[in-house]
Design a protein around this ligand. Sequence first.
Ligand SMILES: Nc1ncnc2c1ncn2[C@@H]1O[C@H](COP(=O)(O)OP(=O)(O)OP(=O)(O)O)[C@@H](O)[C@H]1O
Ligand SMILES: [Mg+2]
Length: 144
Amino acid sequence: MAFKKILIGYDGSDASKKALKKAIDLAKMCGAELHIVGVVRPFEFAAIDYIPPEEIEEYEKEEISKEERFLKEAKDIAEENGVKAITKVMEGEPAEELMAYADGNNCDLIVVGHRGVGGFKRMILGTTAGNLVKYANQSVLVVK
Ligand SMILES: Nc1ncnc2c1ncn2[C@@H]1O[C@H](COP(=O)(O)OP(=O)(O)OP(=O)(O)O)[C@@H](O)[C@H]1O
Ligand SMILES: [Mg+2]
C-alpha cells in the first residue's frame, strides 16, 4: 500500500523525533510528501492572579516561535534524506488540529510517537496519540 501524503505530529519530544525518522523512511519508500505539523496550545488560565493580556500574547508568541524552530529542524532532517517536507504551526487542541489538518489536506496517514512532552515517563499512550487512534478518519501509525 502506498501513502501519498503523510502527516507527522511533531512536538519536539524524543518520541516524536523517533516517529519523524519512521515517517521519513515511509515517505521515502512510498515517494510521499511529508507534512510536519506542530500544535501550540492556547494559554491556560491556571494562575489565580490576574495576567495582563500583553503577557499572554508574549507567551503565545514565544511558544509559536519555539515550535517553528522545532519544525525547521525536522524539515531539514527530512530534506537531508531526500523527502519533500511542508511545515505548519497550528493553535488549539493537538489531536483536534492534527485531525483537521489531515482532513483538510487529504493526508492518508498520520504518524505520531506514543508519548510526547506532556506525559509521565511511565505513560504508555498519551492522550493526543490515543485520541487520534480513536477519532481520526485516516490510518494512524503510533511509533514506539
Ligand atoms: N502539540 C503537538 N503538536 C504536534 N504533535 C503532537 C503534539 N502533542 C503530541 N503530538 C504527537 O503525539 C505524540 C504523543 O504525544 P501525547 O500528547 O499523546 O503524549 P504525552 O504528551 O506524553 O501525554 P499527554 O499529552 O496526554 O499528557 C507525540 O510524540 C507527537 O508525535
Ligand atoms: Mg501531549
